[in-house]
Design a protein around this ligand. Sequence first.
Ligand SMILES: Cc1ncc(COP(=O)(O)O)c(C=O)c1O
Length: 427
Amino acid sequence: MTLYERAKKTLPGGVNSPVRAFDPYPFFVECAQGSKLYDADGKKYVDYCMAYGALLLGHANKEILEAVKAQLPKGTLYGTPTELEIQFAEAISKASPCMEMMRLVSTGTEATMHAIRAARGYTNRKKIIKFDGCFHGSHDNVLVKAGSGATTFGAPNSLGVPQETTQNTLVLPYNDVDALESTFKAEGASLAAVIVEPVMANVGLILPKKGYLESLRKITSQYGTVLIFDEIISGFRLSLGGAQEYFGVKPDMATLGKVLGGGFPLAAFGGKKEIMQNISPVGKVYQAGTFSGNPVSAAAGMAILDYLSKNQSQIYPKLERCASELRKALADQASAHKLSVQVYSIASLYQIFFTAQDITDYACAKHSDPALFSVYFHELLKQGVFIPPSQYETCFVSAAHTEDDLKFTIEAFDRALFAASKTRNPP
Ligand SMILES: Cc1ncc(COP(=O)(O)O)c(C=O)c1O
């Protein structure tokens, strides 16, 4: 029996997260090192999924492994505080402009759930705004027109989430200042929070228009609404200080995860002291977690923050150069193969859309041709390049990718785009 047939018997769809499933079946990983994944059949892949953006330094990074190995014999979970948690929170606060106080949690889903609760508790208001296609994890408040797997598998609104729960979640198009202004005019006094991915990375890659994040900042300040940047992807990836530093816009709160844990389960939510001081046991907003701030994840997180703060002046420009080289190669080759595409990159993120239309929001992203993306994905896979299997995800470059990896990838792009062009224009 294949691993997939076996997996399907105990795991829905054979996977532990829907984004991992693709037709005809996903490959099962045996091990990983640097920029490569090795599957159970011994095949090697250059990896641009990088655990959906969690691995900025690549797989099995030496510094992180050493930090974790040093922690393991000292214990894996204590149920009582450690100095490491303080050091770690101090390091996050230093790197990330808005994080005056924070709570460490285990996943991004927890972080956004608690950030929204903290904002509601602080403002004593109920409604929140999220943006069409932004993904903030899989809890009830934000599973409304959500991106990532929720879009890929056609369920941006999930069964099992009562309408009563989501009636306080207003959904607006991203990059649309007029929609923002008219909603605030009508609802401003009841809006607790606006939660946004400052760069949308869960419906492909969509960049904020010039001035858009500044408009969000201005209008939320005007109405006393808490601005939450969901930096689970952009944090420590756009720059050490995330999108806040990259764009120079400081939100009231932020959520961090993925890169922050160095490949271990760890996330954080935090922001202004006056908001965070309402969290239990100081205030009446309840939040708790058995594994929160666990010493193994915190040791991994501390190791990556240390590494990034010491090497930021080399690492971020190098990552940006690599992603932009991949973007340019995709755009040039698509044009050579007479395919209409849009290709975007920022810092270490890039993605292609198979459409002639510029992509500024989720509605535009849906114009990308899924059949062409599927040919492109499967052809890359055949050649040993693994990207996230859905158009509604983003590709991630890591510090472990080498010049040889890029050369190999660019050659694979050419064959994949040629295959896509043949589907469009069969001989
Ligand atoms: C922007 C964003 N927020 C939140 C989450 C949820 O994080 P997690 O999967 O760790 O729960 C994700 C996951 O992909 C994400 O991309």
